[in-house]
Design a protein around this ligand. Structure first.
Ligand SMILES: O=c1[nH]c(=O)c2[nH]c(=O)[nH]c2[nH]1
Length: 299
């Protein structure tokens, strides 16, 4: 007697779909991580390897992208209901579909808290606090204070281009004049304050304002590359915060690839994206006040 198959399910896990809806200059974003688990008459594929009842997991992923285009994403629940109903009613062997969705919330830059009044309509910051960093070093004479932040996730759904780059025989990247630009900002900045004789900066105010300038520069830069955006972010901090001499930024390019919906007879008008988590471009640089030394270590 062969061992008996117990409960089983299959499907594509963690399809990262980002749906942008463009209402003129005001964009709306839905960012989901969708996992599909199907079950039904699946004994044969396990026992004999016959795929006759198997809708490929690749198809379940494509369905997520196609439904994002066709039906939009009003709420995760509604989207999940649509998908589950589709799999169960369109494929006879599939008896049960479980759709699990995680939703990542985004806020507009410029409509809340520290960024009040600076909205672009297409600039977002992921909800949930970033981590604030502080490093203080003293050798008995001089101080070095480096503050910073990490995991401040931001996204522009337009005003980003990338073209005119070097092309060699391995280059396949298409040039683009309208892409999504997203990154997790990691930044460290060094204060000019080194001496107990000098008045100390207001650390809290300095942090809040520096964070605000980073967000505002990200939102307001029409970007031809993430490198250019990085420089604008650093330069804005140096220009506006006299207490800071140096800032080092590390910006992963969180790629959002347009999904090809042509095979399903659908046009993707910059609406449905696959949010890849790796590999990612990593753009890093120090921006300095003229005449100051670079002392934030590279790592
Ligand atoms: O802003 C970018 N800078 C790059 O250096 C680069 N390289 C790449 O493939 N895409 C991008 N985007």
């Amino acid at each position: 007697m062969p061992a008996i198959l117990g409960q089983n399910q299959y499907g594509k896990a963690e399809t990262r779909v980002v749906r942008i809806t463009r209402d003129g200059a005001v964009h709306h974003i839905k960012d989901l991580n969708v996992s599909v688990a199907l079950s039904g008459d699946m004994e044969e594929v396990h026992y004999s390897g016959s795929n006759a009842n198997v809708l490929p997991t690749d198809t379940t992923k494509n369905t997520v992208f196609a439904f994002a285009k066709e039906h939009g994403i009003e709420s995760a629940e509604r989207f999940g209901i649509h998908l589950a109903r589709h799999f169960v009613t369109s494929q006879e062997p599939i008896r049960r579909a479980r759709i699990r969705i995680e939703e990542y919330a985004w806020e507009r830059i410029g409509t809340s808290g520290a960024t009040e009044g600076t909205g672009t309509g297409h600039s977002f910051v992921r909800r949930g606090q970033e981590t604030r960093l502080a490093q203080t070093t003293y050798d008995g004479e001089r101080w070095e204070v480096i503050s910073g932040l990490k995991d401040l996730t931001v996204l522009n759904s337009t005003d980003s281009e990338f073209w005119g780059y070097v092309k060699d025989k391995y280059t396949t990247l298409p040039e683009t004049h309208d892409r999504v630009l997203a990154t997790d900002v990691a930044a460290r900045w060094r204060f000019g304050w080194t001496d107990d004789e000098q008045e100390t900066p207001d650390w809290e105010e300095s942090y809040e304002q520096t964070r605000r300038h980073l967000l505002q520069a990200f939102a307001e830069t029409y970007s031809l590359s993430l490198q250019q955006t990085l420089h604008r972010m650093g330069a804005r901090v140096i220009d506006h915060r006299g207490e800071i001499d140096e800032i080092r930024l590390s910006l992963p390019n969180k790629h959002h690839f347009l999904v090809d919906l042509e095979p399903f007879g659908l046009k993707n008008d910059n609406e449905v994206y696959f949010a890849a988590d790796r590999p990612y471009g990593l753009i890093e640089a120090t921006v300095l006040r003229d005449g100051c030394e670079a002392r934030i270590p590279v790592h």
